[in-house]
Design a protein around this ligand. Structure first.
Ligand code: ADP
Length: 208
């Protein structure tokens, strides 16, 4: 029987360095001959594509509809037969996911209670809990600087006040989840290499 893989989730506001660190962790896993699979939320499934449209401001809706769509996208992301996370993990892949529980709520979740968001995720968490949730924490000023420097155009939701609120939401959620989930909080203002080392130190025990 194949050994189960791990499920490593990266969370953080835009510009915090998630995709950079996923790439660096993937490089490390490749050198160690550990098979991995990279994915993200919202997905680009039919449901996830609608979520992307809403987040970009091209489709108007309210938070309840968005929350329901996100929950549906997450369930598909977990369980679909082609590239569902649960199947990949049971096939022995280490799945590296750019966001999971908080994905889309991160931006629209400004007006939602984190208790409620955690509650809506209990179903997914009962099916497959992340091995570790890595929260790359940076302040909204640094995030905005990086976004302004590196993007041709800003998304509608990338505003400093929102990023700040979202960061607070993340911290509140992780404080509440810390007894039921493995949460690793890393300082995202350090150098890419330092963060990558800290992440590896935090996750390598799961790879032995
Ligand atoms: P995210 O996926 O969280 O939005 P990215 O990994 O795309 O973040 O990083 C956003 C930008 O910031 C990129 O241009 C990246 O090169 C840069 N960046 C990422 N990590 C760091 C870091 N530790 N220090 C300085 N710049 C960084």
């Amino acid at each position: 029987m194949t050994k189960q893989g791990n499920f490593i989730v990266f969370e953080g506001i835009d510009g915090s360095g998630k995709s950079t660190q996923i790439q660096l962790l993937a490089d490390r896993l490749r050198q160690k001959n550990i098979s991995y699979y990279m994915t993200m939320e919202p997905t680009y499934s039919p449901i996830g594509s609608v979520v992307h449209q809403i987040l970009a401001g091209r489709v108007k809706t309210d938070n309840r509809v968005l929350a329901a769509l996100c929950a549906a996208d997450r369930l598909d992301h977990l369980l679909n037969e082609i590239d569902g996370i649960a199947g990949k993990v049971s096939d022995g892949y280490t799945v590296l996911s750019d966001r999971y529980y908080f994905s889309s709520y991160a931006y629209q979740g400004v007006d939602m209670s984190m208790d409620w968001i955690i509650h809506t995720n209990e179903q997914s968490s009962a099916i497959l809990k992340p091995t570790v949730n890595i929260f790359i924490d940076i302040d909204a000023d640094t995030a905005m600087e990086r976004i302004m420097k590196n993007r041709f155009h800003q998304e509608l939701f990338e505003k400093k006040s929102r990023l700040q609120k979202v960061r607070e939401n993340y911290l509140e959620a992780f404080e509440k989840l810390k007894n039921s989930e493995n949460v690793l909080i890393v300082d995202g203002t350090k150098s890419m290499e330092e963060i990558s080392e800290q992440i590896w130190t935090g996750v390598e025990k799961y790879f032995v």
